[in-house]
Design a protein. Sequence first.
Length: 273
Amino acid sequence: MTDENRVAPDIKKNRIRARLAAGDFVVGPTITTNNLETAALAARLGFHFLWVEMEHSPVSLQTLREIVLATRGAEAAILARVPTAELWTAKRVLDQGVAGVIFPFVSTAEIAKTAAMACRYPPTGRRGSGAGLASSTWFEPGSYYDSADAHMLTICVIEEERAVADIDAIAATPGIDVIFIGTSDLSFSLGLRGRQNEPELDRAIDTVVAAARRYNKYLGRPARSAEQIQRYRQQGFQVFQSVTELGLMELGAGEILRPLGITPSTKDKSILY
């Protein structure tokens, strides 16, 4: 039996959900470039998932499928953030074989319902049945439809003031697994221009955290360092979007260059989406 055959079923099927159910955390880098070598390596570094960014980056549907193929047998599951929370955008990435879908700007209960239904087959959902590619690379033999319904992660991103106002109805939506707070866009929505150390933003985050806890949803947010992950875990967060693959390159360059007296030069200090 090959290593791929030995490790893939348990890891792909259980790792994220099992860790979350046990109260543990999961973390994954953000993939923003059409480079399979980078994604394949990132999937084998110890991260729990890859956040394939299709809202803010040029990553294509074809690249997503190739990432799924290139990472078979790796420890990291593939999650994709779609450009908008609609049935057809979710269908396109689900049929490439991803293990979960990240929906941006889920600002109403109706959008949350659309997200949940997009990831499930009828009668509980509205996903279409054309999953030939997905079933060919899925971790579990047998019925892809039943397995996908049981294991697919549905992640809703809260990033507008109106979403905070409607957070109880959003969090109460059946089929939603993770309430993820997009702290940068939420800050902009509150008129704070992305600033993170603001009492108004903290209050909004607290409101979302409380609702997620009331309705037994997992909590997620961006985190750029181990220190942040440890701190946010104390607040109840378990799902962490980490830096981009380019951000990892920047961090690695700094480890080499700073001891030599060289400060890496970047135009934008933000390495998170």
